[in-house]
Design a protein around this ligand. Structure first.
Ligand code: PLP
Ligand code: COI
Length: 356
């Protein structure tokens, strides 16, 4: 069955909570809009999506999400320009990746029209919640999980697809200092690292807490075999600039194929920045930090945008990365956000206007 936004059942709130939101002081992902989209997969098919007031959901204690962690999500943003027009950035890439994650976690595929029509219908209803303050946007969280019941360790027979919105400010409030991790691993060959599966994030919390206790904000994950190569950070792909070359690792079973990462690679090439996608050793980064050829490092992701890394720890030594005047990270951030907020021409066709 295919659907259009007209098919979506809409139950509106009686009173909006928009006046309770302090748009001048938005944290990341902690206040939500009036409505959410919810759709159930049952008896082998997706039911008609519904837009309802944003509210708690009731699940049986034996729901498989609680026991076996069948859960995936996406992260997207909606941006408003000075004329109050609303835009998404490469949303079909998120849909594609969502289904890649779903396949790996034995969760049913969500058709493109359910994802896109559902998202656009909800956005049209909630567009007043899209912040216009510099650096703010409406964070979009599509997610799917096993709502079917039973303690048998096997895929559930029922799932929920939900989209919720959070008007959000910056993901990191200050400088990002990272620790190169050599003991714990985020992912392994043949594992689920390339999927946006909830458990990938739960598994990072403990090592990240240990790093935070030592004064760092994030862990930089290395490969699980020998902890020899730089892979990615908690919620970001990693870029390293050595002299004038911008490096990032290749995606693999272990690394999320970030949409920001691949957009940056294209933009950088067009800006005349030399880029290399190849394995980056921890040793070359430490050596470059020692001899001064390591100019900058930054993380890239939807939530984090481009977040400069102010320094890193490796074994018991800290290496600082002073701010650069001609930073690639800042140039790339401006170029990509100008496209996202409709401040510049989008020759790539990445920006998608949402009809209001
Ligand atoms: N790596 C991880 C583990 C992430 O959670 C994210 C965030 O989505 C990214 C990288 C960046 O991906 P994207 O640029 O598609 O948001
Ligand atoms: C995103 O960048 O959208 C993410 O999904 C990161 C998230 C873990 C906050």
């Amino acid at each position: 069955m295919s659907i259009s936004s007209k098919d979506i059942i809409v139950e509106k709130v009686k009173t909006s909570k928009i006046d309770q939101i302090d748009f001048e002081n938005l944290a990341f992902g902690s206040v939500f809009t009036d409505h959410m989209l919810i759709c159930t997969y049952k008896n082998g098919a997706w039911e008609t999506p519904k837009i309802t007031p944003y509210q708690p959901i009731t699940l049986d204690p034996s729901s498989k999400i609680f026991h076996y962690g069948q859960s995936i999500f996406e992260g997207m943003k909606a941006y408003k320009d000075k004329n109050n027009d609303v835009f998404l950035f490469r949303p079909l890439e998120n849909h594609k990746r969502f289904n890649i994650s779903a396949e790996r976690m034995c969760i049913p595929q969500i058709p493109e029209d359910y994802f896109m029509e559902g998202l656009i219908a909800l956005l049209n209803l909630e567009k007043d919640f899209i912040p216009t303050q510099e650096g703010s946007s409406l964070y979009i969280r599509p997610f799917m999980f096993a709502s079917g019941n039973g303690f048998h360790a096997s895929p559930a027979d029922e799932y929920k697809f939900i989209i919720a919105f959070a008007p959000s400010g910056a993901y990191f409030s200050g400088k990002v200092k990272v620790l190169i991790e050599e003991k714990y691993s985020r992912s392994a060959n043949g594992g689920v690292g390339y999927a946006k599966a909830g458990g990938n994030y739960a598994g990072q919390f403990y090592p990240t807490q240990l790093a935070v206790a030592k004064g760092y904000n994030q862990v930089i994950w290395t490969d699980d075999t020998n902890h020899e190569f730089i892979e990615e950070a908690g919620a970001m792909n990693i870029f390293v600039r050595i002299n004038d070359t911008l490096l990032t690792g290749p995606t693999s079973d272990r690394i999320l194929d970030g949409i920001t990462r691949k957009s940056i690679l294209e933009i950088a090439k067009d800006l005349g920045i030399k880029t290399e996608v190849r394995k980056i050793t921890v040793k070359e980064v430490v050596d470059a930090a020692k001899d001064g050829s390591l100019k900058e490092m930054f993380g890239a992701g939807t939530a984090a945008v481009i977040s400069p890394i102010s320094g890193f720890g490796f074994r018991d030594t800290d290496y600082d990365l002073p701010e650069l005047e001609n930073s690639y990270g800042l140039l790339l951030k401006k170029t990509i956000t100008d496209i996202q907020y409709n401040k510049s021409e989008d020759k790539y066709g990445w920006r998608v206007k949402v009809n209001a």
